[in-house]
Structure formats: structure tokens, C-alpha cells
Design a protein around this ligand. Structure first.
Ligand code: FAD
Length: 258
């Protein structure tokens, strides 16, 4: 039996173990499917790493690793990079020993009730929300920087191809509307809810984690308003402040890390 023991967790909190597991899976599993990375994919990959190096709210060892990979990539002038070279940067960074990305997946808030449910895709959404919130906190200059980096990462590398196609369609349709760091945070939240809406009741839904229009009224009463005609409305201002607090680096729990 290879199933891991269940890790008890608080459903309304974020865990660094999920974010690090997502980085591990993205960089050591998903990217490993590409023997060489070149052209548009290489540009996307460099931008993805640069956004992570800038905004990932990681532990010092992990930040050292992301910055080290980022500076390697920015100095790399060739028109392609092999996965083997990338793997070398990840596993034997020059400034070891306080530079590392922990190996392996240790899902906590993204655990699924079955091994094929939740996990990495849940981690990707979580990472993306965290990055849009960190970019707003850091006062970045380009409101679309993080969303464009994600869009291109998903388009070039995300293993779930139908997901990538759906996400690209949403981006093509409305990413232009994003004109501020706040609207970037809200754009990702509202697109994620569209995906939840489409997937509610689908086979990919974990029965223990039903797809809802998030956050629920229990999590954020002020986010929800009901008009006189009974129609539900989001209070975007309240949603934004909820997201800024929920995904803030201060709220990330470090349970289950080594
Ligand atoms: P997830 O939807 O993965 O959400 C993770 C956590 O984020 C939730 O537990 C909750 O705490 C929080 N959350 C939920 N909603 C929001 C919100 N609106 N804003 C902020 N936080 C929220 N699967 C398909 O079958 N078809 C697809 O087309 C598809 N497209 C995808 C596109 C992308 C870019 C990604 C990253 C994933 C996609 N997936 C798709 C996977 C799917 O969306 C879920 O990630 C997966 O089913 C696991 O669901 P989950 O219950 O862990 O919750």
C-alpha cells in the first residue's frame, strides 16, 4: 500500500508544504517531459522563474534556489536549454548548502480523498493566487506581469492539455481588461470560480471537496450580497480584501515541512 497517511489540516488555511510541492512537481516532473526547452517555451519558462524569484513568499533556502536558477537563466544566451541542465541547476546549485528546493510531494491543504484527485492542479491554483497577491503587495509596475507569466506557463507546459486550452480561451477573451494589480487578483479569482462552476459535479471533483463559488458565505459573509429581487452579487471590494488576507504570506502555515 503506497497511500500516504492523511495529514490533518485546517480547510480555511494555506500551507507552505503545498506551495513547495507545487514547485517541485512543476520543475522536476512537469518540465521533465520537455527534453529541450526553446523558442517561445524558453521565453515563457524564463519569465515564470523570474516571477517566482520575485514574488514567491518562500523560505530563505527556497528563495536562494529560485534566485540562483533565475540568474543562471538570465545569463544564459543560447537559444535552447536542455532539461538536464535545468535539473543540474535545481539539484546542485552553486551556493549550496543553504540553497535548495525540497524533493518530493507532501500535499496538505491540497490532499485528495483519492491519489488521483486534487494535489498538483490544486497547488497550481493556490500558487497563482498567492503570486497575484504578492505582486500587489510588492507594488509591481506591470499589472499583467504575473497573469501573463502564468498564462504562458500553462499554455506551454501544464500537463492537463484540455485545462490549458480552457485557460487560454479565458485569457484571450478578457485578460486585456486587467488594468491594475487589484484587478489582476480579482480576475484570477473570478476565472477560477468559472472553472469551479463548469466542473461542479464532474468526475474530477473530489466528493470531500465540492466545487463551490468561493469563498463561501461562511468563510466571508461580507463578500456576498443579495439584491431585493433575490439575485446574488459579489461585493468585489470585500472579496479583494478577503483574498489579500487569505493569500498573504503571513497567513501561510509551515506545518509538515522538514
Ligand atoms: P481547486 O479548484 O484546485 O482550488 C484549490 C483551492 O483554491 C480550493 O481548495 C480553495 O481553497 C481555493 N479556491 C477555490 N476557488 C477559488 C477561487 N475562485 N479563488 C481563489 N481560491 C479559490 N480541470 C478540469 O477537469 N477541466 C479543466 O478545464 C480544468 N482547467 C484548469 C485550469 C487551470 C489553470 C488549473 C490550475 C486547473 C484546472 N483544472 C481543470 C483542475 C481543476 O480546476 C482543479 O484544480 C482540480 O479539479 C482540483 O480541485 P480542488 O478541489 O483541489 O480545488
Amino acid at each position: 500500500n503506497t497511500e500516504e497517511p492523511w495529514r490533518p489540516f485546517n480547510k480555511s488555511r494555506l500551507y507552505m508544504a503545498d506551495l513547495e510541492s507545487t514547485l517541485h512537481y512543476s520543475l522536476r516532473v512537469e518540465l521533465a517531459a520537455h527534453t529541450v526547452i526553446k523558442g517561445d517555451a524558453l521565453i515563457s519558462f524564463k519569465k515564470y522563474i523570474s516571477v517566482l524569484a520575485k514574488y514567491f513568499p518562500g523560505r530563505p533556502v527556497v528563495m536562494n534556489l529560485l534566485r540562483s536558477v533565475n540568474s543562471h537563466l538570465q545569463n544564459q544566451t543560447g537559444d535552447e536549454i536542455s532539461y538536464e541542465e535545468l535539473r543540474e541547476m535545481l539539484d546542485n546549485p552553486a551556493q549550496s548548502p543553504d540553497t535548495a528546493l525540497p524533493e518530493g510531494q507532501r500535499w496538505v491543504g491540497c490532499q485528495g480523498s483519492k491519489p488521483y484527485l486534487r494535489r498538483y492542479p490544486c497547488g497550481v491554483w493556490t500558487l497563482f493566487h498567492v503570486l497575484t497577491v504578492q505582486a500587489k503587495n510588492a507594488g509591481g509596475t506591470d499589472p499583467k506581469e504575473v497573469l501573463t507569466a502564468m498564462r504562458n506557463y500553462v499554455h506551454n507546459f501544464f500537463g492537463c492539455r484540455p485545462c490549458a486550452e480552457h485557460f487560454e480561451n479565458m485569457a484571450r477573451e478578457s485578460l486585456v481588461e486587467v488594468s491594475s494589480l487589484s484587478s489582476a487578483v480579482l480576475w484570477l479569482w473570478s476565472r477560477h470560480n468559472r472553472v469551479n462552476n463548469r466542473l461542479a459535479g464532474a468526475l474530477s471533483e473530489d466528493p470531500s471537496f465540492p466545487k463551490i463559488q468561493w469563498p463561501s458565505p461562511e468563510m466571508c459573509p461580507a463578500c456576498h450580497t443579495v439584491r431585493e429581487n433575490g439575485e446574488h452579487r459579489w461585493n468585489d471590494e470585500q472579496v479583494l480584501s478577503f483574498l489579500m488576507s487569505y493569500f498573504s504570506s503571513k497567513s501561510i502555515l509551515t506545518d509538515y515541512l522538514d
